[in-house]
Design a protein around this ligand. Structure first.
Ligand code: AKG
Length: 389
């Protein structure tokens, strides 16, 4: 585990007369997170089922930290892709060129790709963006003068920009976890990178994801799916996502009321996702979660990808957040699922001795995929079909 004592001090120092309260919150949150029985390697029982203690802990808390999932080699690949991705980011939010004057990443896209923020800002909190789900504005610490006026902190449709992220999308043990939670006919949701550079990375204010099924007679704890959050540099109390354990079962939460009760954005009982490099969290989208601006010294890069139960999305009108509002029919789901086929094929090339994941809907339809130029072409703007509920 990373020693973040210097970051805790640096972060707290931004909070003025609340500095001591912030320090105590970070320290107590980290301790409480590590005391929960929801971390360890991915384990399956003798019949190949995800271990019952993992299923129980995930159901109890709404998240589980899988340790040591990505190998060092896999992390290195993602890191190398990040270097070239960053070099191709536009120089500013309204530019189409990178720092070398070349067309920037995503030029010619129909779909949104980069979300920008001022350094240490909270661009979503207290706004109507994303259906107003980020009800409160987080405190925005003062950044140093050397930081750029704005930086990207989310990259959407990330699988078309990074082969390494595409391969991680097909990590077979993670897909077996997806199957255990959402059934063998699980479907994609969306994919993104969350980029939290030290001294720059923006907050993602407290929220619960999902806009479709809160009032459904079939509402249950898994109806809005989950995200995997793979950590390239680890994740800490200062730079990581915080979760209110068990909140995925509570229905829609009045976040403003919770913040009012706490007297600050330091919501009582929440804990940070404490991870090392290569760990992957499964986090229920209904759990109340959010992250503070990264005013510490450690970077965070989260490779985020989610999955749904087919029954949650088939014939359902989407929320219009990650893609246009539309009814998701068999054809849309099949089109969006092709990315999983390409990912499995791409992973097979990179890790030929690994047993690839067998996705039941492909087996049933007799489908097989290659990772080649035609596949790359097919993935252009693939996220216009994000299955956003
Ligand atoms: O990584 C973060 O800071 C926020 C992630 C998040 O809100 C999500 O995955 O829904």
């Amino acid at each position: 585990m990373q020693d973040i004592s210097k970051s805790i001090e640096a972060c707290a120092a931004h909070y003025g007369e609340q500095a001591e309260a912030m320090r105590d919150y970070l320290v107590a949150g980290e301790r409480a997170a590590l005391a929960l029985d929801n971390r360890g390697p991915i384990e399956f029982d003798d019949s190949g089922r995800l271990a019952q203690h993992i299923l129980d802990a995930y159901s109890n808390y709404g998240f589980y930290v899988f340790t040591n999932v990505l190998s060092e080699e896999e992390c290195d690949d993602i890191e190398a892709d990040m270097v070239s991705l960053k070099a191709s980011f536009p120089v500013s939010p309204d530019s189409s060129f990178d720092a070398n004057g070349n067309p920037a990443l995503g030029s010619g896209s129909q779909t949104p790709h980069l979300v920008w923020s001022k350094p240490l800002g909270d661009p979503l909190g207290g706004t109507q963006l994303a259906n107003g789900r980020h009800q409160v504005k987080m405190f925005e610490p003062e950044a140093t003068v050397e930081t750029p006026a704005a930086s990207p902190f989310i990259l959407l449709g990330s699988l078309r920009f990074s082969d390494a992220c595409l391969r991680t999308y097909a990590q077979p043990e993670l897909l077996r976890v997806a199957e255990a939670i959402n059934g063998a006919d699980f479907t994609p949701f969306n994919e993104a990178l969350f980029i939290k550079e030290p001294g720059i990375g923006a907050a993602v204010s407290w929220h619960q994801d999902g806009v479709t099924h809160w009032e459904s007679p079939d509402f249950d704890e898994n109806i809005h799916g989950f995200n995997f959050m793979a950590q390239l540099y680890g994740s800490t109390a200062v730079n990581g996502v915080w979760v209110l354990p068990g909140s995925h079962k509570l229905g829609k939460i009045d976040i403003s009321e919770l913040v009012g009760a706490a007297g600050s954005e330091r919501i009582d009982g929440a804990v940070p996702l404490v991870c090392d490099r290569g760990d992957v969290v499964i986090c229920n989208r209904q759990a109340l979660h959010g992250s503070f601006p990264n005013s510490g010294f450690e970077p965070r890069l989260t490779v985020n990808f989610g999955f749904h139960k087919r029954s949650s999305v088939l014939g359902v009108k989407g929320g219009g957040i990650h893609s246009d509002a539309q009814v998701f029919d068999e054809a849309t789901i099949a089109r969006r699922s092709k990315v999983l086929g390409y990912a499995i094929a791409a992973r097979k090339e990179r890790y030929p001795s690994e047993e690839p994941y067998r996705y039941e809907p492909f087996e049933a339809a007799g489908l097989s995929f290659d990772w080649d130029d035609a596949a790359r072409q097919d993935m252009h703007d693939y996220n216009r079909d994000d299955i956003s509920i």
